[in-house]
Design a protein around this ligand. Structure first.
Ligand SMILES: Cc1cc2nc3c(=O)[nH]c(=O)nc-3n(C[C@H](O)[C@H](O)[C@H](O)COP(=O)(O)O)c2cc1C
Length: 742
C-alpha cells in the first residue's frame, strides 16, 4: 500500500511536468543523431590538429577559434572585415560547408526542457522532477517485481489486460532508460545548485615564458601535429601580431598552450578525474557524442506520456473500486471494527453493506483492510473479519500481512469477534484462510460473538441470514440485504467440440470457444479494452460460466492460453449437473456468457527442472495446455488415468504429436476398465524410483482432477518420498506440489 502511494501520488502530481520533460527530452535526443548525420568524420589518424588548422587558415585567414563538437563536427569562429562569423567546415579540406547557426527551435525546446522557460525557479523544478522520476521508477520497479512474483519473472510475458497491461509492458521496456535519464538529470541539477561539489575546472595558467620568435605556419607546429583531430575539443588562436601570445589547446586528455614560433607544448594539465566523470554524466544524459544512446533515451522518454495516462487510469479505477468508505470513523472512536481480506474486491461489497447496516443501528464503525490491523482498538467491543481465500488456501492480497501483525495485537477485555469466510466450494481448501484466522484469534484468547460462517460463491442470501443471527447476538437491529453484481461476462461462441467417454458412462467433452465478434468494436479488438473483451489468460486459469437459470458461476480450468486463439475447456457431464449439462448440449455456433479468473497458483514454474503432471478424466485439460506451451522442451512427464483407451482417451492424437516433437518426454496412462484395471497411482508406484529421483532434483508436481484421485495420489507420493524424509506437505510448502482439484 505504502509502495503504491509512493508510486502513485508523486507520479500523479508530477505527471504534467514529467510529460513536458519527457517530450522535450525525446525531441532533443534527435540532435546528436542529426548532428552526426550532417558531419564528415575522418578516420582516426587521418587528420592531425596541425593539418586541420592549416587548411582552415587557408580558407579563413581571420580564424580565431576551432571547436570540435561532441558529434565530431568542426566549427570555425572567425573575423572577416571586422564582422564575427561561425561556419561548419569540412575537416578534410578546411572549406566552409555552411554557416553554423544553432536552430532557434531546438534552443527553445532546450530551455523548456531545462527550466520550463522559467529560468532559476524552473531549473529547480526540473531538478525536483528528476528526483520524482527516480522515486517513481524505483517504486514502479518494486511494484512490478511484486506483481510478477520475482526479479527473474520480469522478463516473462505479463498477464492482464487493458491499461494495467500496457502500463506494465511500457515500464518494462523503458525502465532502464528512464532511470538513467533521471539519475543523470538529477546529478546535473544537484551540481548546478551546489548540492554536490563542482569538479575543479581550473585550466593551466598562461605560461610564464614564451619564445616570442617569428610565428611559424600553424600547419607546421610540432605539438599540434602530434594530436589527432578525434582528440581535439578546442583550439584558440593567438591574437594576431602579438608574439607573446600562444595557442590555447583543449583535448580530451586535458588543456595546455602551444608556442606559436617553436610549436612546443608549453604547459599541459591533464583533466581531473572528477571532471571526466561530470562530462560522462552529461553525455549519458544528452547523448552528446553517443547518438545511438540519445535515440534509445528519446524512445524511452516517449513512453512517459503513455505511462502517465495509463497510470492515472489504473489509479482512478482502483480508487473507484475500493471507493472511500463513507462514515468511517477513526480507530479510537469506533465501537465496531470491520477488517477485510480481499483479492478481487468482491468481499468489499459485503463489508460496505455490513458497515452501513451497523451505522443504521447507531454503531460507529471503522473499516479497513486486514493488513492494517492496529495494535489495539481501545473503544471497540466488536471485531468483524470478512475474508476470502486465494491460491491454495492462502491469504488474499489485502490480508497477507495479517498473521504477522496479529503477533503484536492486544485484544483487551471487551473485544469479541466474528469471522465470515468467503470462498468457493469447488476448491478443496474452501475458506481455508478464514478458518485459520478464526483459530488464530481464538488462540490469542479472544472470545467470539458468533462461530465462524463460510459463504459459498458470494451468496447474498447466506450473508443476509448471517446478519440476522449477528443482530440477535449483539442485541441491535441489523438488517442486511445485499446481492452482489454478477461478474462482467463476455459472449463466447462454441467453434469446436470433441466428445469422449459415453460408452463408459463418463461423457466428457473438449469444448473450444472463441469470443463472439458481435458487438465488438475495432478498437476493443485492438486494445483488448477490459470491458467487453477477455483479458489474457494461461492454461490453468479459470473460465467462469453462467449457467442459464443458475445464480452463481461455475469455474472450469482452461486448457489453452491466449496465444492458442481459442478458449478451451474439458468438461465431464455430472449427473444432474446444471452447468455441465448445459455445456454438454451446446452445438457449434451456440453462445454462452463467460469470464476469466486468473489462477497464477497453478502453473509450472519457469526453469529447467522436470515437471510431473498427474491427472485423471477431465483433469487432463490444463495439463495438456502446459505440455502444448512447453516449447523449450523441458523434461515433462504425464501420468493420466481414464476408463477405457477406446472410449475416453482424451487428447490422444495431440499427446502423440507432443511425444514426437519432445514437448512431452514420457506418457504413462492407466485405464480402470481395461484388462489392466489400473489407476494413475499404480503407475506412479511402478515408476517410484524415477519419480523420487526427479523430485530430489527439484521436479515440480502438478495434480489436476477429482478429489478422490488427488487424495490417492498424495498417499502414494508420501510413500514414494518417505526415503527422502519428506512428505507431500513439505513439497507443497516448497512450491514443488500444486493441486487443482474439484
Ligand atoms: C485463483 C483463485 C483461487 C481461489 N482459491 C480459493 C481457495 O483456495 N479456497 C476458497 O474457498 N476459495 C477460493 N477462491 C474463491 C474466492 O475466494 C472467492 O471467489 C471470493 O469470493 C473472492 O473474493 P474477493 O474478490 O474479495 O477476493 C479462489 C478464486 C480464484 C479466482
Amino acid at each position: 500500500m505504502m509502495l503504491r502511494k509512493i508510486h502513485g501520488l508523486p507520479g500523479l502530481f508530477a505527471a504534467i511536468f514529467l510529460m513536458t520533460l519527457a517530450v522535450t527530452g525525446a525531441i532533443l535526443s534527435l540532435v546528436p543523431a542529426m548532428d552526426r548525420a550532417a558531419t564528415l568524420i575522418p578516420a582516426a589518424g587521418e587528420v592531425s590538429v596541425a593539418e586541420l588548422a592549416g587548411r582552415v587558415v587557408d580558407h579563413y585567414p581571420g580564424a580565431e577559434q576551432i571547436v570540435r563538437g561532441a558529434s565530431g563536427g568542426v566549427i570555425v569562429y572567425y573575423n572577416r572585415d571586422g564582422q564575427p562569423g561561425a561556419d561548419l567546415v569540412n575537416p578534410l579540406t578546411g572549406e566552409g560547408m555552411a554557416p553554423y547557426e544553432p536552430s532557434a527551435f531546438f534552443i527553445w525546446i532546450k530551455d523548456l526542457h531545462r527550466s520550463f522557460l522559467l529560468d532559476s525557479p524552473g531549473r529547480m523544478l526540473a531538478g525536483l522532477m528528476a528526483v520524482v522520476m527516480l522515486l517513481v521508477c524505483i517504486s514502479g520497479t518494486l511494484l512490478l517485481v511484486r506483481r510478477t512474483g520475482g526479479w527473474r519473472a520480469l522478463l516473462r510475458p505479463f498477464t492482464g489486460s487493458g491499461s494495467t497491461r500496457i502500463h506494465a509492458e511500457l515500464a518494462r521496456f523503458a525502465i532502464l532508460g528512464l532511470l538513467l535519464s533521471a539519475l543523470t538529470g538529477g546529478y546535473m541539477s544537484a551540481l548546478r545548485f551546489g548540492l554536490l561539489p563542482e569538479p575543479p575546472e581550473t585550466g593551466p595558467t598562461f605560461p610564464a615564458e614564451v619564445s616570442g620568435g617569428q610565428p611559424a605556419p600553424v600547419a607546421t607546429l610540432a605539438a599540434l601535429s602530434d594530436i589527432d583531430l578525434g582528440e581535439l575539443r578546442e583550439l584558440v588562436f593567438p591574437y594576431p601580431d602579438d608574439r607573446q601570445d600562444a595557442y590555447s589547446l583543449t583535448t580530451s586528455e586535458g588543456a595546455g598552450f602551444v608556442d606559436q614560433a617553436t610549436g612546443e607544448l608549453l604547459k599541459f594539465q591533464p583533466r581531473a578525474a572528477a571532471s571526466v566523470f561530470q562530462k560522462w554524466m552529461v553525455r549519458l544524459h544528452t547523448g552528446e557524442g553517443l547518438w545511438w544512446l540519445g535515440l534509445v533515451l528519446g524512445a524511452t522518454a516517449l513512453t512517459v506520456p503513455a505511462l502517465s495516462l495509463t497510470g492515472i487510469t489504473v489509479w482512478w479505477r482502483r480508487r473507484r473500486s475500493s471507493a472511500q468508505l463513507a462514515n468511517n470513523v477513526s480507530i479510537s472512536r469506533a465501537d465496531a471494527i470491520i477488517l477485510v481480506g480481499s483479492e478481487n474486491n468482491a468481499t468489499w461489497g459485503f463489508a460496505r453493506e455490513l458497515q452501513s447496516g451497523l451505522n443504521k443501528a447507531g454503531i460507529q464503525v471503522h473499516c479497513s483492510e486486514m493488513n492494517a490491523l492496529a495494535e489495539t482498538y481501545p473503544q471497540a467491543s466488536m471485531l468483524f473479519i470478512l475474508t476470502s481465500t486465494y491460491g491454495d488456501g492462502d491469504a488474499p492480497a489485502s490480508a497477507r500481512r495479517f498473521m504477522s501483525r496479529l503477533a503484536y495485537f492486544r485484544g483487551g477485555e471487551t473485544l469479541r469477534y466474528a469471522v465470515l469466510g468467503f470462498g468457493d466450494k469447488q476448491f478443496s481448501t474452501f475458506c481455508q484462510f478464514a478458518l485459520e484466522v478464526d483459530a488464530a484469534l481464538a488462540a490469542k484468547g479472544l472470545s467470539r460473538i458468533h462461530k465462524i460462517e463460510l459463504i459459498d460463491r458470494c451468496s447474498g442470501t447466506q450473508f443476509n441470514q448471517w446478519g440476522g443471527r449477528i443482530s440477535e447476538l449483539i442485541g441491535r437491529p441489523l438488517s442486511l440485504s445485499y446481492e452482489p453484481l454478477p461478474p462482467a461476462t463476455v459472449t463466447l461462441e462454441l467453434v469446436e467440440r470433441a466428445d469422449y467417454g459415453v460408452a463408459v458412462q463418463a461423457p466428457t467433452s473438449i469444448l473450444r470457444f472463441r469470443q463472439s465478434r458481435l458487438g465488438r468494436s475495432w478498437w476493443q479488438a485492438f486494445f483488448k479494452a477490459s470491458r467487453g473483451s477477455l483479458p489474457d489468460f494461461e492454461a490453468g486459469d479459470l473460465l467462469g460460466v453462467m449457467p442459464p437459470g443458475g445464480h452463481s458461476p461455475r469455474l472450469y480450468s482452461l486448457a489453452s492460453s491466449t496465444s492458442d486463439g481459442v478458449i478451451e475447456i474439458c468438461v465431464r457431464k455430472q449427473p444432474d449437473g446444471l452447468c455441465s449439462g448445459f455445456l454438454h448440449q451446446l452445438k457449434r455456433g451456440d453462445r454462452i456468457e463467460g469470464f476469466i479468473r486468473q489462477n497464477p497458483g497453478f502453473r509450472p514454474a519457469v526453469g529447467s527442472a522436470p515437471v510431473i503432471l498427474i491427472g485423471a478424466g477431465a483433469g487432463i485439460g490444463p495439463l495438456t495446455g502446459f505440455i502444448r506451451k512447453n516449447t523449450r522442451r523441458n523434461p515433462m512427464f504425464l501420468y493420466w488415468g481414464g476408463r477405457s483407451p477406446q472410449s475416453d482417451f482424451l487428447y490422444q492424437p495431440e499427446l502423440g504429436c507432443y511425444l514426437e516433437d519432445h514437448r512431452l518426454t514420457g506418457l504413462n496412462t492407466a485405464f480402470s476398465r481395461s484388462v489392466e484395471h489400473a489407476y494413475v497411482q499404480d503407475k506412479l508406484m511402478e515408476d517410484q524410483v524415477a519419480v523420487r529421483q526427479m523430485i530430489e532434483r527439484g521436479a515440480q508436481i502438478l495434480v489436476c482432477g477429482g478429489r478422490g484421485m488427488a487424495s490417492g495420489v498424495r498417499l502414494v507420493l508420501d510413500e514414494i518420498v518417505r526415503p527422502l524424509r519428506i512428505d507431500v506437505e513439505t513439497l507443497r510448502s516448497r512450491g514443488q506440489y500444486l493441486e487443482d482439484v474439484y
